[in-house]
Design a protein around this ligand. Structure first.
Ligand SMILES: CC(C)(COP(=O)(O)OP(=O)(O)OC[C@H]1O[C@@H](n2cnc3c(N)ncnc32)[C@H](O)[C@@H]1OP(=O)(O)O)[C@@H](O)C(=O)NCCC(=O)NCCS
Length: 184
């Protein structure tokens, strides 16, 4: 890991990033709905901008958590994507991204999906992982996402084979709250 000087801690609002797109015919599938792959691309871009702003560094996507496409988005709809940093660890940063759609007149507004993206900050010289600055959560929802981030991190590190389930201390502690022995 690079030991370049780390930028100072930042509030979530300092890197919040919003992107607006109109769905064009070449973004769509034969049904006239936005293709999932195009939506993932936009989510990756706005999340990457947010992560890069927070870290003041180039970042790469390390993983994307489960994404489900709950509501179709039609050609001509306006898509708004909002990305916020939830927490950083050492060199990685977790971003929460939400997707909203409406038609051009603002009718049929809806929340279409959300996901968590993980990026890794890189140093400029060698492109090696670099320390990411801490996040200062202020609002209730920012604090909730900050507190739950270590558990999501453990899940994705288990799924990617980087953490043994028996070493996932945060998850163990969390699930102990629900254990029948404790609640008996
Ligand atoms: C992401 C990448 C830089 C990690 O490199 P690495 O040599 O494994 O580095 P490290 O082991 O030091 O891990 C660096 C951080 O990445 C995190 N990480 C690595 N793989 C991860 C995964 N699958 N999910 C979540 N986090 C991951 C580690 O937990 C670590 O975070 P931390 O420092 O906050 O604890 C490297 O795998 C890479 O360059 N991947 C390709 C990125 C890319 O091209 N993305 C575009 C997709 S096409």
């Amino acid at each position: 890991m690079s030991m370049e000087k780390m930028p100072s801690p930042k509030k979530v609002s300092e890197s919040k990033s919003v992107m607006t797109e109109m769905v064009m015919p070449n973004d769509a599938n034969p049904m006239g709905n936005l293709m999932g792959g195009n939506l993932l691309r936009w989510m990756d871009i706005v999340s990457g901008i947010c992560a890069g702003k927070h870290c003041e560094a180039h970042v790469v996507t390390a993983s994307v958590d489960h994404v489900s496409f709950q509501r179709p988005i039609k050609v001509g709809d306006i898509v708004t994507l909002e990305a916020s940093v939830t927490r950083t660890f050492h060199t990685s940063v977790e971003i929460y991204v939400e997707v909203f759609a409406a038609d051009i007149k603002g009718q049929n507004p809806r929340r279409c999906n959300h996901a968590y993206y993980t990026f890794v900050a890189l140093d400029d010289e060698q492109g090696k992982p670099a320390e990411a600055p801490p996040v200062i959560p202020l609002t209730e929802i920012e604090m909730q996402r900050y507190e739950s981030a270590p558990r999501r991190r453990e899940v994705r590190l288990i799924l990617s084979g980087r953490l043994k389930p028996e070493n996932a201390e945060g998850l163990r502690e969390f699930f102990q709250h629900f254990s029948p022995v404790k609640n008996a």
